[in-house]
Write a protein of this length. Sequence first.
Length: 654
Amino acid sequence: MKNTSIHPNIFLLLFFFGVVSWSQNVVVDSLKKELKTTRIDSAKVNLLNALANEFKEVDPDSTAHYADKATAIARKINFGFGLANAAMNKGNANIIFSNYKQALKHFNEAETYYSNLLKAAPGADLKKVKNGLARAYASAGVVYSEVNNYSIALHYYLKALKIYQEIDNKNSISKAYNNIAVVYKSEGNLSKALFYLQKALQIQKQIKEPTFGVTLMNIGVVYFEQGNANQAFSYYSQAQKEFDKTTNERNNALLQSYWGDYFKKQHDIEKAFAYYQKSLTAYEALDNQFGASLALFNMGQLYFDLKKYSDALTYTKKSLDLAKAIGVIDQMIHSEKLLSDIYSALNNPTESLVHYKEYIIAKDSLNNEENNKKFLRAEMNFEFQKREALLLEQNKRQSQFTWFAIIGGLLFLGLVFVTYNRLQIKRRLTLQKEVAEYEQKALHLQMNPHFVFNCLGSISSFIVQNGTDSAIKYLSKFSKLMRLTLEYSKGSLIPIDKEIESLQNYLELEQLRFNNKFEFRIHTSSAIEDDMALPPLLVQPFVENAILHGIVPKEGDGRIEVNFNVINNQLICTITDDGIGFTKSQAIKENSVKAHQSMALEITKKRLEMMESSTQQKAHVTMEEVYNIDNHIIGTKIVITLPIQYTLETKPRI
């Protein structure tokens, strides 16, 4: 048997390769039966690849055999998808054989096949091809991870993750997260490993992935290595509950070993030994000599720490025998070293020296294997850099071609646009004229002739009743409001603070006019920026309606509040009064004022429609009555929703 060493992250890599189905023999028999009856070559290729996939974890020779047959038929009919899947199966078989260079070659072939298919894949097959390409990337990542080249492994895992996220393949996303966690754990970055394991767990719980108990166990392992015993216990306990629900004895056996490590660290020797014994029993039932060797070693080490050297010797010898039988060098090293220490403690220097020499031989053998991996890693790095350079050159040429195509397309579109633009000039000018007319109508309608007439009448009354000072004060505010109105009507937008200044003057005039019948408050949120703007005199008609139809008919004094705020990237102006409400106001049927109101609202509605059209954002008004706890109307609330606009040209338009 070929010598191998224990991979410290083998429990995490199990996620990538998948789970052997309990009904595998049934599936294999069914596939073979179907293969005998099918006459379509592409269907034969798919069946052969399916058979290869079924054997990949239990019989890699059969995997390679069926993949070769699939390749031969797929080449005859130029079946790209079949060739890609066959290359993936051959790559998986070579990973099991530890032929990493050959495995990488097959995964790169699969990547090429999938990439070519991606350029010509119809919509129905696009997701399928992308999933295959992501698998090729992830498998290449596993190869580089196996030879301890973690930076390149991470490169491929992240490429696979990106595609899985594009096609929303949650199951594969969780596996990619697990493989990324392998990389970080191998590099000793436990916090990052934990981060990606938690992300994997979150998805597995969401999709009810049956193997998420393994991820719970792995998270516990990371916490244990961090020295966080409480969290390790919590996740081991959760994993145990999940394993108790299933028949996955392999993972349960591994968890018992971790429990043994946990209680050993807690100095609960009795429990530690009990869990190591459970692990050994489970591994023996599975005929898993690798796990049994590890469990026996743990028990031998435990007895050695307790200075029960005779018991330690028994268990450690059994561990060494199993490790030699399956050729696991790493376990042989640990067992030989422990045997040397046991014999030394038993005052048997001869046997201690024998096993120490065996320990050195095994260690040298492992070092030689690691050196071979270093050479292989260097060779694979060179191939990776050469491949990346080639891809970069191809992308560069493709990019140049794309830019030439874009520039040519833009020139053609520019010519079309100029021609089309000339045909649309007349229509645009007409539309601009119509917009200007509507805006002018709205601006003139905002300044109610009745309001002007009443203001002049109030000035006359103040002269007679209150004296010249009050009349001058009123006239001053009125003239300022008129001046502001004329000044702002020249532009399409004015700063919010100028609109507030205009509203302030208007409300103060109305206070004087109606003998302080109401109070008012204008509030601006801190979210309002200095150069935010809105159309001039858009708010005033609603404030006027609140006074005339809400506050004036009310018995007693009233209150009006105007608030400006930014909510969800929209400018919100809210006008609230505690008047009689619009239902009761309409019932009064003040025809002259009502006619003015309906026209002002119609013009405002048109302005908002034009604003929506030009900014491609919502612009509308809602009006509702406010009720108290007794369901009585206590006022009206008007909300004007506008797109955020700015007075400065350099400011981004939302």
